[in-house]
Unconditional design. Structure first.
Length: 325
C-alpha cells in the first residue's frame, strides 16, 4: 500500500509538472497587465474607437494585420517591423496591401505615455483586431495577453507561410495545420472575408485566364463573373472590389451564403466547397437562423492568437512597433 501511494503521488507530481510547464510555455493569460498597466485595454479600445468611428472600413485591414502577423513566425508583431538590414515581412507582395499601421502606432504611443516599456506590439495587434471587429457589430472575445515582440522579420518567410487566395483546399489544409489550426478553424476564419475589399489582381485570373487559355473559372457563378468583369479589366492592379458585396462594412454571416451561391471572390473561398467538413460548415451557417458564426469566430481567433507566441524572457517589448529596440 505504501509503495502504491508513493507511485500515485509521483504520478500526481509528474502531471502537475507537465501542466505547469505547458502553461509556462504558453505564457498567456487574461488580465496580464492588471498590475503593470491596469488601464492598458481601455486605452487601446478608446484609441482604436477614435479611428473606427471615423473610418469603419479600417476594421478589415486591422483584422488582416493580426492574421498576417500570426501566420509568419507566430503572433510576435514581426509584420510591423520596417526593413533594415534585410527585407521585412511587410515588403512581401501579399503584405503590400496591408493597411492600418498608423492605428497601431497611435495606440502604442497612447499606451507608452501611461505605461512605458510594458505592453507589447503583438498584444496591441491582438486587442486592436478584437476591438475593431466588435466596433462594427461583430463578436467580441477575451484576449489572453503576455505576448512578447519578435526581433526578426523576413520577406521570404512571409511568402512561404501566408495562405494565398489562389490556394486549393489541400494547400489550405496543410497551411492551417502547420499553425495548429484545424478544418473548422479554416472555415471559420475564412469568414473574416465578410468585411473588407480586395484588389482585382487577387482574383483576376478567375475572370480572364483561369487555366492559361483565356478562360473563366467554371466554379464561379457566371452572373457574378459578368459583374466582376465590369469592375476589373484584364491586368487591373488598382481597382478595389468588395469581398462581401452589399455588407462589406458589416461583420455578419452573409459570406457563407455567397459561397453556397458560388460567389466567393477568391479560389480559396471556393475551395471551402471541396472538402466535406468545410462544405458542411458553409452550408450550415448559410441555412440556419441564429448562426453560430460569431461564437465560432471568437473561439478560432483566440486559438489563432496563441500561434507561436513569445513569452517570458523571449523577444522584447518594443518602444516603437516598426523598429527593434
Amino acid at each position: 500500500m505504501v509503495v502504491g501511494k508513493r507511485v500515485f503521488l509521483l504520478q500526481l507530481i509528474v502531471v502537475a509538472v507537465l501542466v505547469l510547464s505547458h502553461s509556462n510555455v504558453q505564457g498567456l493569460n487574461l488580465g496580464y497587465y492588471h498590475k503593470t498597466c491596469p488601464n492598458a485595454e481601455s486605452i487601446i479600445r478608446k484609441t482604436t474607437y477614435g479611428f473606427i468611428s471615423r473610418a469603419p472600413t479600417l476594421a478589415a485591414p486591422l483584422l488582416r494585420l493580426h492574421f498576417h502577423d500570426c501566420f509568419v513566425r507566430g503572433c510576435d508583431g514581426s509584420v510591423l517591423l520596417n526593413s533594415s538590414n534585410n527585407q521585412a515581412e511587410r515588403d512581401a507582395f501579399p503584405n503590400l496591401s496591408l493597411r492600418g499601421y498608423h492605428v497601431i502606432d497611435a495606440v502604442k504611443s497612447a499606451v507608452e505615455k501611461v505605461c512605458p516599456d510594458v505592453v507589447s506590439c503583438a498584444d496591441i495587434l491582438a486587442l486592436v483586431a478584437r476591438d475593431s471587429v466588435s466596433m462594427i457589430h461583430g463578436p467580441s472575445w477575451e484576449v489572453p495577453l503576455g505576448r512578447r515582440d519578435g526581433r526578426v522579420s523576413r520577406l521570404n518567410e512571409a511568402l512561404a507561410n501566408l495562405p494565398s487566395p489562389f490556394f486549393n483546399i489541400t494547400q489550405l489544409k496543410q497551411n492551417f495545420a502547420s499553425k495548429g489550426l484545424n478544418m473548422k478553424d479554416l472555415a471559420v476564419l475564412s469568414g473574416g472575408h465578410t468585411i473588407g475589399t480586395s484588389h482585382c489582381v487577387a482574383f483576376g485570373n478567375r475572370l480572364y485566364n483561369f487555366t492559361g487559355r483565356g478562360d473563366t473559372d467554371p466554379s464561379m457563378d457566371p452572373n457574378y463573373v459578368a459583374q466582376l468583369k465590369k469592375k476589373c479589366k484584364p491586368g487591373d492592379t488598382t481597382t478595389l472590389v468588395e469581398m462581401d458585396p452589399g455588407s462589406f462594412k458589416t461583420f455578419d454571416d452573409d459570406y457563407y451564403t455567397l459561397i453556397t451561391k458560388r460567389r466567393g471572390l477568391f479560389e480559396s473561398d471556393a475551395a471551402l466547397l471541396s472538402d466535406a467538413e468545410t462544405k458542411a460548415y458553409v452550408f450550415h451557417q448559410a441555412s440556419i437562423r441564429g448562426s453560430t458564426f460569431d461564437k465560432d469566430f471568437a473561439v478560432s481567433m483566440v486559438k489563432m492568437g496563441k500561434v507561436g507566441v513569445l513569452t517570458g524572457n523571449q523577444g522584447e517589448i518594443r518602444k516603437h512597433c516598426a523598429f527593434v529596440n
